[in-house]
Write a protein that binds this ligand. Sequence first.
Ligand SMILES: Cc1cc2nc3c(=O)[nH]c(=O)nc-3n(C[C@H](O)[C@H](O)[C@H](O)COP(=O)(O)OP(=O)(O)OC[C@H]3O[C@@H](n4cnc5c(N)ncnc54)[C@H](O)[C@@H]3O)c2cc1C
Length: 504
Amino acid sequence: MISIPAPHTALKNFDSFWQALQSLLALPPESPPAPHIPEPGDSSLEQPLQLSLQQLLGETKITYAPEDRRKYGEGMGYDGFLNLINQGLFPSAVVYPESEQEIALLMLWAGQREIQLLPWGGGGAPYRAKSTPQGAFLAVDLQRMNRILDLDTEQRRIRLQAGVRWQDLHSQLTAWTTGQVFPFDEATVGGSLATSSIGTQSLGYGTLIENTPFIKAVCPTGPLELMQPAAFSSDLRGMMLGSQGAWGFITEVSLRIFPQPQEKGLILASFMSRNEALEKLRTLLRSGVPLSAARIVDAEDLLLFNASPPPSLGRLLRSLRGNTPAWAAHLILEIHGSREAYTTTRQYVDEWSKNSEGQIALGPRTVPFPLQNWSQRFALIRPLWEQGVLGHLITAVVPWHQTNGFLKDWEEALRSVLLATGGVPGVLLTTVYASPQHALIYTLLFGRQASGDPPALQEQLDDIQAVALETKRRWGMNTEQPQLIQHTLQCVAEVLDPLEVILR
Ligand SMILES: Cc1cc2nc3c(=O)[nH]c(=O)nc-3n(C[C@H](O)[C@H](O)[C@H](O)COP(=O)(O)OP(=O)(O)OC[C@H]3O[C@@H](n4cnc5c(N)ncnc54)[C@H](O)[C@@H]3O)c2cc1C
């Protein structure tokens, strides 16, 4: 049986990444002048305010240093970078509370002084879906609220503080797992709930929401304890799930846990077209074969990100360079459980390859895992932004039956907008993660930045986002909340945070 290798051992370095990108995208012959990156000056908090904040939290939980505040001026994505070069907004201080009580005191303190607070988890995209701060604000980083409070193996529950990062949690839980794995492994439990993220192993373990029976939050008007309701009762966890932390901090969470599987197996199947891979994946999902996770990765993804492709994929790379037909997509299946579970799936997949006349290839029984850690990928992508290249991730959640049609439309629309705004064809890399009801689409866009100053880059990104939104609308994905829900959320906000202490 195969054990799954660490996912981020084979990342390219920037030079080889840049070379690989050059073979796919017409890069600018000469990099345009790098945009001016603003630096934070001195904190806008006056001495008396600094002193009173210090009295509240203690000196060691606050920093005003420009080099620290610089790190909190953007998230990890391109949208955060454009915010930075266009607006140059930095928090006046970064604070690291260690308890709910400290958060409550902080909210009171901030409310009395018209200072706003920005909840900060793993820092993936903390500014997304937020308005521009109009005055002083503090970044409230929950990294010190990272304790496991109780591990109840009988009830199969773990209670923990919301600042725990998934990667740290999983390295501590050796005999157990939450089954919640996210492509951004620096994400925190609280941040994932606030953005209502769906994990990549939801086929085997269920979604984060299904596995979170309890959420505690601290809001400016008081604490909230939200339980998973009994059937047919209203689910108040919705006040915090997907709230983007707009009116309160998620501070504590209970999660279901599962014993670590006896065995973990991985199967890689390569296809001449992504539609074929999607079709086969859908048949697998309908067949009831026990899968924990499945995803389809574009072939170019390996070329771009994997430092040492497995020998079995040598053919792919050779054919990408020449004109021979290439594998277009790879289906990666994870099976957690017993040896039998693995064998059942392997037999099922073996049949495809036997009947495919060479159109489907199965990887060897030990295959390196193509890199899936997006935080590390973004470390490679970030330098591109200062060299005239756009690298942006855009996502969609699509019902399975619409996936082929949606993807065709989505990618055509995104290609057109990259060409129209950048002047040369762009490159799209799509990964499709499987959840029971939906395909989670992550499309990474590479293109030439629009020529011009930073506002022109923002306009280009706005055009791309507008095209993505319009495509979702065409496919009936209601991206805007219905009026009634909007109104309800407005009321929730007014009750929980009437003074708008929290940035929203
Ligand atoms: C480069 C990049 C691009 C991404 N693109 C997408 C995308 O297109 N679509 C998508 O769905 N996801 C995307 N994500 C993932 C997602 O936005 C977050 O990375 C992750 O799910 C949230 O975890 P976090 O701990 O990093 O939260 P952060 O990114 O720090 O915060 C995310 C949001 O949650 C709030 N928040 C954080 N912690 C708490 C808390 N304890 N209580 C209340 N509110 C809190 C923040 O204020 C913010 O609004 C992207 C991530 C990265 C790194």
